[in-house]
Write a protein that binds this ligand. Structure first.
Ligand code: GS8
Length: 226
């Protein structure tokens, strides 16, 4: 009997990727919540001794770490319904933008949560710039919006990698005291977010926006930002 366990945090966009991936593939799993602001479990430290972070996927006792690597592992292991595109070029592009989201978009989000004044304004500017790049990527991949997803006609790897961050938009906007101009500036992303939110896998994995904000405010307090 196969056993799948996820070491998780409900507010972690990285963890949400893994949950959506498993759900899309119809894989049953055991869920273990980690309290990131308190003591990490011995199991997490043992399974991810390098980074000590969630998510970790434990498959038949063996750990896999790093959300994008886990998502690719899920895709290769349960290959009924592919998440990555079939052509090498399309796969490379999907991986490129997922990596971009982690390096650029996520980084600006962390800076919004942990900064104020000039640094906060800079972080907000960088986030809007990242969204502009993603709007352009979606325009290209979706043939000007005629296909519904970053995966083209199907919801796939890059959709999963990106949609998890939508759960943090409210926190970024509240802390940054600004409104991300989705409708006017990023209309394709706006429609795409709404479309993804209708999927059961996404609905199930994404936490309520106010819970994420509460967590972000706790982080801000710990870092003594204000
Ligand atoms: C990032 C995981 C991560 O930052 C991935 O899996 O893709 N590159 C990795 N996990 C955070 C929670 S989400 O912000 C985490 O576990 N933090 C605990 C800590 O830093 O101690």
């Amino acid at each position: 009997m196969e056993h799948v366990k996820v070491l998780s945090s409900s507010i972690s966009a990285f963890t949400m990727r893994v949950l959506i991936g498993l759900e899309e593939k119809g894989v049953k799993y055991e869920y273990q919540e980690e309290n990131l602001l308190a003591k990490k479990s011995d199991l997490l430290l043992q399974m991810n001794p390098v980074y000590k972070k969630v998510p970790v996927l434990i498959h038949n006792g063996k750990p896999i770490c790093e959300s994008l690597i886990i998502l690719q592992y899920i895709d290769e292991t349960w290959d009924s319904k592919p998440l990555l595109p079939s052509k090498p070029y399309d796969r490379a592009i999907a991986r490129f933008w997922a990596d971009f989201a982690d390096k650029k978009f996520f980084d600006s989000g962390v800076r919004i949560v942990k900064s104020k004044d000039e640094a906060l304004e800079e972080a907000k500017h960088d986030m809007l710039e990242s969204l502009q790049f993603l709007e352009g990527a979606l325009k290209e991949i979706s043939a000007e919006g005629s296909l519904p997803f970053f995966g083209g006609k199907d919801f796939g790897f890059l959709d999963i990698a990106l949609i998890s961050f939508a759960s943090w938009f409210h926190a970024y906007e509240s802390i940054g005291n600004f409104k991300i101009p989705f409708e006017s500036e990023y209309p394709l992303l706006d429609a795409w977010v709404k479309r993804c939110m209708e999927r059961d896998s996404v609905k199930k994995a994404l936490p309520p926006a106010d819970r994420v904000l509460e967590f972000a405010l706790q982080v801000r307090k710990i870092y003594d930002v204000d």
